[in-house]
Design a protein around this ligand. Structure first.
Ligand code: SF4
Ligand code: SF4
Length: 160
């Protein structure tokens, strides 16, 4: 092992060309070609997906983080109580909970504003929610031409 101290003022020199380097480069090339040959001989090992034709049949691991979504039941209801814990947990300010009052005068969720453009998919908002009202979806085509296109209202209608 080289125990000489490193001189920060010394400029590193490129490795000199020689028989050793030639052999290493040749070995690396052969290794790469062997991988290619392996796939040619056994195409069943190829994992390339025919995107976008397979869009509707793609399967994702449960832990895949696409974007934050709010599940609704068949009646269009969700579990969000507008407690704002997710909004407070988000380190990027990507969530805004706008509240309103229902006909009974109770404070309820008006709009759950989610800004995908600043979301880092860290999952902190999901972990903070005590009502299991939001989760990570499996969306994967998450681009747009403007930042506004990446703003989402997650609730479909006034909840409980
Ligand atoms: S996943 Fe992270 S960054 Fe995105 S909204 Fe939730 S807390 Fe904020
Ligand atoms: S999603 Fe959960 S944490 Fe966020 S406001 Fe609704 S109930 Fe509260």
């Amino acid at each position: 092992m080289n125990t000489e101290p490193i001189n920060p003022n010394e400029t590193p020199q490129p490795e000199e060309f020689g028989i050793g380097r030639l052999l290493r480069d040749a070995a690396s090339l052969i290794k790469g070609m062997a991988v290619t040959l392996g796939y040619l001989l056994r195409p069943s090992r190829i994992v390339t997906r025919p995107y976008p034709e397979n869009r509707d049949t793609l399967k994702f691991p449960q832990a895949f983080r696409g974007e934050v979504v709010m599940p609704h039941d068949e009646q269009g209801e969700h579990n969000c109580t507008a407690c704002t814990l997710c909004e407070k947990a988000c380190p990027n300010g990507s969530i805004s909970i706008l509240t309103t009052k229902n006909i009974a005068g109770k404070r309820v969720l008006g709009e759950f504003v989610y800004r995908l453009s600043s979301c880092t998919l860290c999952n902190l908002c999901i972990e903070a929610c005590p009502f299991d009202a939001i989760r990570m979806g499996h969306g994967f085509e998450l681009s747009g031409y403007t930042r506004d296109e990446l703003d989402r209202i997650l609730n479909k209608r006034e909840g409980r």
